[in-house]
Write a protein that binds this ligand. Sequence first.
Ligand code: AMP
Length: 227
Amino acid sequence: MRIILLGAPGSGKGTQSQRLIEHCHIPQISTGDLLRAAVAKGSELGRAAKVAMDAGQLVSDDIVLGMIRERLTDPDAARGFILDGFPRNLAQAHALYELLGRLGQPLDSVVVLEVEPRELVRRIAGRRTCRRCGRVFNVLTSPPAPGETCPVTAGPHDLFQRPDDVESTVAERLKVYETQTRPLVDFYEERGILRRISADGDVAAVTGRLKIVLHDLLRTAPQQSGA
Ligand code: AMP
């Protein structure tokens, strides 16, 4: 199964991808995570990406497409994948179409997670990531369970707020989504593979809706999904 989760910052793409990979046994490929790893490494690419990320802007297509080409040809992606945060504009969508065509692996579906704008801001404000294991929580809606420990340290999760989740940057990221990423909804609708779900409500309820939408794909492509 090869799918894209599309949606504004805070719509739950990362959280839902993490829950789906357990169900589908295919990797989550998040360009945001790949970029944050490059920034943490302090590579030249990471330094160039950081400037755009801190400003709430998109990182250049050259950088992102280079990373995604490499990642999609890793052996684990041959079984399928969930793309989270990619593509982010029409140029990336066209480049992905060509790349997957060359690999003989067309997309099965694109699911848009729809959330009220006010709810997006609230979710981003509460988002925290564990520095050690990378799990994402929301201190307002889905904090670590009482007594829950980090699988890496066996101690409490070491939570931090992403620098681009601060209020001033979030407004810019939401604007970038509206102008550059939302046109992808029409792009994929015209290709007949778009599905929409409401991503309001609690995390488990949204996962349930997603599974219903993906059910036919999972049933008809068991060898790809492993499910
Ligand atoms: P995310 O974790 O998906 O919210 O991404 C965090 C930031 O990484 C974004 O605000 C962008 O600056 C950058 N980024 C992630 N994915 C892409 C992409 N596909 N194209 C350009 N920039 C991206």
